[in-house]
Design a binder for this molecule. Sequence first.
Ligand SMILES: Nc1ncnc2c1ncn2[C@@H]1O[C@H](COP(=O)(O)OP(=O)(O)OP(=O)(O)O)[C@@H](O)[C@H]1O
Length: 333
Amino acid sequence: MIEIEGLTKRFGDHTVLDDVSLTVAPGEILAVVGPSGAGKSTLSRCVSALEQPTRGQVRVDGQDFSRLDGAALRSARRRVGVIFQSAPLLRRRTAAQNVALPLEYLHATPESARERVSTLLERVGLAERADYLPAQLSGGQQQRVGIARALALAPSNLLADEATSGLDPATTTSILHLLDELRTEMGLSIILITHEMDVVREIADSVARLDAGRIAEYGSVSDLLLDPTSSLGHQLLPDRPAVPATTAGETWQVSYASREVAGDWLTAITSAPGAAGTRIEVLSASIEAIRGVAVGRAVLAFEGAAPRGLAEHLRERGLHARPVAATVEKDAA
Ligand SMILES: Nc1ncnc2c1ncn2[C@@H]1O[C@H](COP(=O)(O)OP(=O)(O)OP(=O)(O)O)[C@@H](O)[C@H]1O
């Protein structure tokens, strides 16, 4: 359990984190997003007790980090496993020796360390690669070693700082699935620092957007998706579609987020003032479930111009609609 309360961090007179409060329950995944310089890494360093808050608290499993030092702080730090971008592993050590590192610091007996390492490597699907050096492993396999190492001391919390940046989409998905399984199996509270909305969409239960050190938005992914005024909710909707440049008229993307699959969204479009008699072609349509919310998206081509006031008409019916420009060149289409 991670509880951040009124966390403020200043470097000189520069306030980098300003009154940040967040809670991550056991088994929950919170994603923290925000532009470069928003304070994400500083937040991450406060949670892993590498920085002391100027004001406020970081409580891990009920214990206030800012009140600890020396051996008590080192012991408390073990409750937070940390995974970084592209798993910085020791080059000359095998996968097993990298995972064993935290156990060596704690002077675990070689036999108990061996057993723990082999259990962890097995769990992350790398039992066969125990004796490989990092250079002999793929990026995804290296990150699995990083995850096993972060779990070596059986933490109840995990901090993943851009853990999937630089990995290809399929590898990212497999790492996220592994984290998803681990949080359930071990009841881990996980903070994911990320700049990728796909990662948030795929795995997070809640999300906070930091902006210039303050929380600009914070809530469960489903609540944000269902809130038509939420900018994070908008960003969580599927990405911009590819639209062939061959369509002569206007092309629009229409999306909705609802607890139920919306059955009448096409009716909402055809009933828009001025839409009667207009030919509308459905270029693509899809529905996916994100944290229990049905998110539908369609790309529509109008014969000519879209009816005036279409966006407002649809907004009143819970649909987001906007024109999209062609993204596929005529030659390539
Ligand atoms: N030790 C420090 N001393 C002074 N200023 C710092 C220190 N660490 C961070 N900052 C400042 O705090 C601000 C936030 O930095 P931080 O690295 O937390 O942002 P970030 O959101 O992680 O950015 P990015 O996504 O680019 O990594 C920046 O303006 C940075 O210059």
